[in-house]
Design a protein. Sequence first.
Length: 490
Amino acid sequence: MSAGQDRRVMCIWFPRLASDRVLRARAIEGPFALVHKQNNTDRIYCLNKVATDMGLSQGMTFSDARAFCPDLSSRPATPEDDKRFLYTLRRWATRYCPWVGLEENGLVLDVTGSSHLAGGEQAMLADIRARLTRAGLCVQLGLADTRGAAWALAHHGGGIAAPGDHAHLRTLPVAALRLADPNCVALQRAGLRRIGDIMDHPRAPLARRFGQELMIRLDQLLGTQPENISPLADPPHYGVRMTLPDPIGLTADVMAAIGRLLDRLCAQLKAHAAGTRVLRLTLRRVDQEAQDVELRLARPLRDAGRILPLFERGIKEVDAGYGIDQIRLEAVQVEPLPSEQITHVGGHSQNGLDDLITRIGSRVGLERIQRLLPADSHIPERSFLIAPAAYSTAQGVWVPPRPRPLRLFSPEPISAYGPRPPERFRWRRMALTTGQASGPERITPEWWFDDPNWRSGLRDYWRIETRQGRRLWIFHTPQDPGWFVQGEFA
């Protein structure tokens, strides 16, 4: 801002940001509400204009809202999606000025010295309102010398306050000072309903009765107390590009170019302590056609030497045509990857396993490569979990109190009677004779899980060695007498 130039601040407020975001994707003609759970009660989070005109308000219980409006349509609120949408709007607003900050359901812009680029302040506000209205967003705008005044205008009337003009602010309610609701109620009970009433009243009695926050907010409104606008920096962009003076088409040449791009990209990732999970390579041919090669990694990486060979299979399937003249490499999915102490025990084997998973996953899909993870449960069927190997880490084995069979299958009934293991029985068309038996190991059902396989009650498990060489895991159900084979030891 140049010397002697008046500061100008704009506030953009979206009174129905959440509902507008949802209705942009799927329009609903009637009353609509977003609902969230608060203290085990479903409450209204945001409403569209139709619902507001019918008397519904934010914070009321959903059951009361449905009683007033039986035709009310609703969906669960997702505040995280609203936050991401507001970040997108912040980036869009940088077309008007570089200093754009966030507020609750709104944006604040320092447009000092930039309004003339849009034809003046009136033209800038009209252009912003028109663009956002076409996008399906309800918006209220305010522009003044201070952030507090711009906020007050946007939330309580809208419009532009001329430089140094505070007369327009005097008629606004005390809520325009950004005070907490209890303070606003206390001021109104004292007969101070407008900002002008506070400006005309002696400061010392007001400060003693209502606290310093009232005076600070008033000074911020009038500009006697500075209030900065902190613009958010754009997130780092992990993408590099190379334009070639002569087209290339050989696999070796393309791999060499990718190696140079990977060195630059991995340096960016290292500077931000990050690694990439998904890489997208775009190869543009001289005829302006482009082909993409996507590489999905089993682990976040920023090691160019390990990533480069993984591109070779995808590059061989690319049709270079008359040659490739531009290559672009982008890290599509980035995750934190702090530096780790390198050890000589198991480090290379783990890296090799991750690279092997990546190579196989590029052919069959990373989700189809799975590993078994231990689970802390005595129930045989729940003693392990199946998870994608690329999105899980190997864990220490949970050791059960008794040995478990190498092969586990669904219980198979055998003809036997009594609480002791049978001396002779038939299993899978084989006549078997029990040599040694150890047990029982009694396992009771987990009452917090409703498992149909365990509704018969507790089981007594035995380990038997047959004279024919089979080592089986069998169990007996005392409450409903019967014998079953469920596993086989090595």
